[in-house]
Write a protein that binds this ligand. Structure first.
Ligand SMILES: [Zn+2]
Length: 336
C-alpha cells in the first residue's frame, strides 16, 4: 500500500501523553494528579472497555484542550502530531482538526495567535517531512452560539491561504435535544464559497435522532464529507442520499467501539458491509490515535481480521482518503 491517508483526527487526541505532560508543566497548569501514569489515564481512553458515553470522552478532551490552550502548546502539538503520524504510520496525507475557541481560555488568548501557532507547527512539520501533505480543519461547536461559530468560519477563511483547508462542527448536543444544523447553514455556505472543504460530525450516535440529523445535514449543509455517519448503515434512504451526493464518510472503528457507538466487532463488520454493498464511499481514521490508544494501521488490521473489508477494499478506502482530502494544490501538494 502507498502512504496512508488519515482525514479524521482531533488535535486533542493526537498528541502523546508524554508531550502533553511536559507541556502542562512548562505552562504551570494545575493538574489533579502528580504521577505521569495517572496523567496518562486522565488524558486517554485507558480502559480497554472504553468510556460509558460521549460525555465521558468530552471530560477527557477537557484536559487536552486546557493543556493546548496557548500558542506555544498548539504549535508543539501540531508539529508533534504530523511528524508522529509519518514516522509511526507512514501517513502522507493528514488532516488535523481542532476548535481554536476551546483553546483561548474563554477569550483571554487571542484567537489569531492560536491559529497562527497551529500554522507554524504545520509549516515546521512540512519542512521536516516534505513527503506529507497536511492541513488543518477549524471546528465549530454545537454548544456555541451562532455568532461564535461564525467567527470560527471567518478565521478559517482568513487563514485559508496558510493551510486551513476546511471546517467542521462537533460537540455535545445542548440539552441532549436534536441539534438544528440549519443554524450553521450560512457559515457552511460562506466557507464553501471561499473554497474550504466541509465535513460535519453527524450520525455517530443518538439512534433515530442521529439518523434524522444525517438527513438534515445532507439536505441543508451538503457537506463533502461526514465524520462518522455510521447510523446511516442499513437505512436505504440515507445510504442512497450519501451515494448520490458522493459524500465520503470518515469512519473511526476503534473510537466507535470505545464510545459504545457500536456494540461490538460484529456491528463494525455489518456497518462496513452495508456501506460497501450500497456504494457508500468511506475512508478509515482513528479520531485521535493517542487518546484512543490505536493507530491507523491497527484500524486496517482490525477491519481485515473481522472480515469487514478485504485487502483490496482497504486499499480502495485509503486511496479515497488521498482523493477526498481537502489538502490540494498550492505548494504542499506540489512537493509530493
Ligand atoms: Zn471526531
Amino acid at each position: 500500500m502507498e502512504g496512508l491517508a488519515e482525514l479524521h483526527t482531533h488535535l486533542g487526541g493526537s498528541v502523546s501523553s508524554d508531550i502533553l505532560w511536559t507541556l502542562a508543566h512548562e505552562q504551570g497548569i494545575a493538574l489533579p494528579v502528580k504521577d505521569y501514569w495517572d496523567f496518562d489515564r486522565l488524558v486517554t481512553v485507558s480502559d480497554p472497555r472504553g468510556v460509558p458515553d460521549l460525555n465521558a470522552l468530552d471530560a477527557i478532551y477537557h484536559w487536552t484542550e486546557l493543556i493546548q490552550s496557548s500558542p506555544l502548546a498548539v504549535e508543539v502539538s501540531v508539529h508533534a502530531a504530523i511528524g508522529g503520524a509519518y514516522r509511526s504510520q507512514g501517513i502522507t496525507t493528514l488532516e488535523l482538526r481542532f476548535n481554536p475557541m476551546k483553546r483561548n481560555r474563554g477569550g483571554e488568548r487571542d484567537l489569531d495567535h492560536i491559529i497562527l501557532a497551529a500554522i507554524r507547527g504545520l509549516d515546521r512539520a512540512s519542512l521536516e517531512y516534505p513527503q506529507v501533505r497536511a492541513g488543518l480543519i477549524l471546528m465549530m461547536d454545537r454548544t456555541f452560539t451562532p455568532r461564535q461559530n461564525e467567527v470560527i468560519v471567518e478565521k478559517a477563511i482568513g487563514w485559508a491561504a496558510r493551510g486551513i483547508v476546511g471546517i467542521d462542527i462537533a460537540g455535545p448536543r445542548p440539552g441532549g435535544a436534536r441539534y438544528d444544523y440549519r443554524q450553521v447553514q450560512p457559515m457552511v455556505e460562506t466557507a464553501r464559497e471561499a473554497g474550504l472543504g466541509v465535513t460535519i460530525h453527524v450520525g455517530e450516535e443518538g439512534g433515530d435522532m442521529g439518523r434524522e440529523e444525517i438527513g438534515e445535514v445532507l439536505e441543508v449543509l451538503r457537506p463533502d464529507r461526514i465524520g462518522h455517519g455510521i447510523l446511516a448503515a442499513g437505512d436505504d434512504e440515507l445510504m442512497r442520499g450519501l451515494r448520490e451526493a458522493e459524500v465520503v464518510l470518515e469512519i473511526c472503528p476503534t473510537s466507535n467501539l470505545l464510545t459504545k457507538a457500536l456494540a461490538d466487532e460484529a456491528a463494525v463488520h455489518d456497518v462496513f458491509r452495508a456501506f460497501v454493498e450500497n456504494g457508500v464511499r468511506f475512508t478509515i481514521a482513528t479520531d485521535g490515535p493517542e487518546m484512543m490508544h490505536t493507530h491507523l494501521r491497527d484500524e486496517l488490521d482490525l477491519l481485515l481480521r473481522i472480515g469487514a473489508l478485504t485487502q483490496e477494499e482497504l486499499a480502495e478506502a485509503n486511496a479515497r482518503g488521498h482523493d477526498a482530502s481537502f489538502v490540494r494544490g498550492r505548494f504542499r501538494a506540489a512537493r509530493v
